[in-house]
Design a protein around this ligand. Structure first.
Ligand SMILES: Cc1cc2nc3c(=O)[nH]c(=O)nc-3n(C[C@H](O)[C@H](O)[C@H](O)COP(=O)(O)OP(=O)(O)OC[C@H]3O[C@@H](n4cnc5c(N)ncnc54)[C@H](O)[C@@H]3O)c2cc1C
Length: 277
């Protein structure tokens, strides 16, 4: 954009415009993470509400095993996303704490990348729970269609996915990050063998991170969601999350959780409770 003959006021040091705008950019990236996790929760609530009321093949959709797998999988993803977005918000709230300063620097690009990437897939699956009424936007329907349309924007603006992954590489080059990340993962140690294997490898990968080719993979893996769930969710959530997301007992679409998952408890936990508004 060019401005000719316009008055302007310096809001920072001359020649340092990008660092200046990134101060704001880091806050709006937090917005993208929070906004996406909020949209996920809204989409999940819509899906739970609809499937409890719509009957097909003789009973409510929410009682069909294949649908229960989809809803439980979405509930896990939603809770893990909320946990990560709020973890990042805590880092912003405590600027005087050195560990939180490191977490803010590390988890801002990670959360913006990972949550916004998951958001579009999540919204598509939640929309599908409503069938055709999820897709159409006329006659008062269409909340999920609007959520689905909104999701990719949070991924693109304020720095698209690759930009976030490259920013993560810059962040980890500052040193100290491996130890801070190990401390962040510590609360979930010995909870699940897959988590321990994952947590053992991650600080070393942080120290070695250099390749732009691997940057997205690193951003995905640094999302410390299993550790956060261990601190804030019951065991059936933590176990199902580790089993599917870390142990590889999962497919490439939502609704592919292994059959030993506690579907009833996960869905019950996600159902909005009208008495606690
Ligand atoms: C609805 C809307 C509102 C907006 N509002 C504002 C606003 O108010 N103010 C404002 O300043 N901006 C605004 N934007 C701009 C927005 O922030 C940018 O569009 C966004 O950051 C992407 O930048 P770009 O469009 O220049 O894409 P590009 O930088 O051209 O990126 C295109 C693709 O290339 C990738 N890419 C770029 N560089 C690399 C690299 N080095 N290695 C690998 N891949 C790379 C990106 O990840 C992306 O996938 C808005 C955008 C939208 C859609």
């Amino acid at each position: 954009m060019e401005f000719e003959g316009a008055d302007a006021w310096l809001v920072g040091e001359e020649g340092r415009g990008v660092p200046q705008i990134l101060e704001m950019g880091s806050l709006t990236r937090l917005d993208c993470a929070l906004g996406t996790s909020g949209l996920m929760r809204q989409a999940l609530s819509q899906a739970l509400n609809h499937t409890a009321q719509r009957s097909a093949f003789g009973k409510p959709l929410i009682e069909h095993p294949a649908m229960r797998n989809v809803l439980a999988d979405l509930a896990l993803e939603s809770e893990a996303s909320t946990a990560l977005a709020l973890r990042l918000a805590r880092a912003f709230d405590r600027p005087e704490d050195p560990h939180e300063t490191l977490m803010r620097r590390l988890l801002t690009p990670v959360s913006k990348f990972w949550l916004c990437k998951r958001g579009s897939h999540f919204a598509q699956e939640a929309m599908e729970c409503l069938g055709g009424n999820g897709y159409v936007e006329s006659a008062g329907e269409g909340v999920l269609a609007r959520i689905y349309r909104e999701m990719p924007l949070n991924s693109i603006w304020e720095g698209a996915g690759n930009i976030m992954a490259l920013d993560l590489l810059r962040a980890v080059r500052k040193g100290e990050m491996a130890d801070a990340l190990a401390a962040e993962l510590a609360p979930a140690r010995r909870e699940h063998a897959a988590f321990d294997r994952f947590a053992d490898s991650l600080p070393g990968r942080i120290d070695d991170a250099a390749s732009e080719t691997d940057a997205r993979r690193l951003a995905q893996d640094v999302a410390v969601q299993a550790s956060l769930l261990k601190q804030h969710a019951p065991d059936f959530v933590v176990h199902a999350f580790c089993q599917s997301r870390l142990a590889g007992d999962w497919g490439y679409a939502f609704g592919t959780l292994p059959s030993n998952v506690d579907f009833d408890s996960i869905i019950q936990r996600a159902v909005p409770n009208p008495t606690t508004t």
